[in-house]
Write a protein that binds this ligand. Structure first.
Ligand SMILES: [Zn+2]
Length: 124
């Protein structure tokens, strides 16, 4: 458990799917459901909401990797279309599933670190 006052590295906590407040407790209950409370520090995780942020970054990252790889493969080797589908569609799905947890954790940790919240009239 981290000592009080010790800053938590938001990138390490987020990518490790750990609590953004203490960096110790698990952030997720299931595959993507954020837990209600941190088991290590009791931080209220229910207020964490990353919205569509992780999906946007996943689409951009996986899209660049898969599209440029497919384009390079087509130019260099001219494989049949069915081979493109067999290679790139599963790769896109695997990369998206592999990235969604760490990127959601990172978005939540960075929101907590920067005290991000929705704008209100009191902010003006
Ligand atoms: Zn915690």
């Amino acid at each position: 458990m981290s000592s009080p006052g010790r800053p938590v590295n938001p990138v390490a906590a987020g990518l490790g799917c750990r609590c953004p407040a203490c960096g110790e407790g698990a952030l997720f209950e299931g595959f993507l459901r954020v837990g209600k409370r941190c088991e290590a520090c009791g931080f209220d995780l229910a207020q964490a909401d990353s919205g569509d942020g992780p999906a946007v970054f996943i689409v951009l990252i996986v899209g660049v990797i898969v599209c440029f790889s497919a384009l390079f493969t087509e130019i260099a080797f001219h494989p049949p279309v069915w081979l493109h589908l067999v290679i790139w569609l599963p790769l896109a799905a695997i990369l998206a599933l592999a990235l969604v947890r760490p990127l959601k954790g990172l978005m939540i940790a960075l929101q907590f670190h920067h005290r991000a919240s929705e704008a209100s009239h009191d902010d003006l």
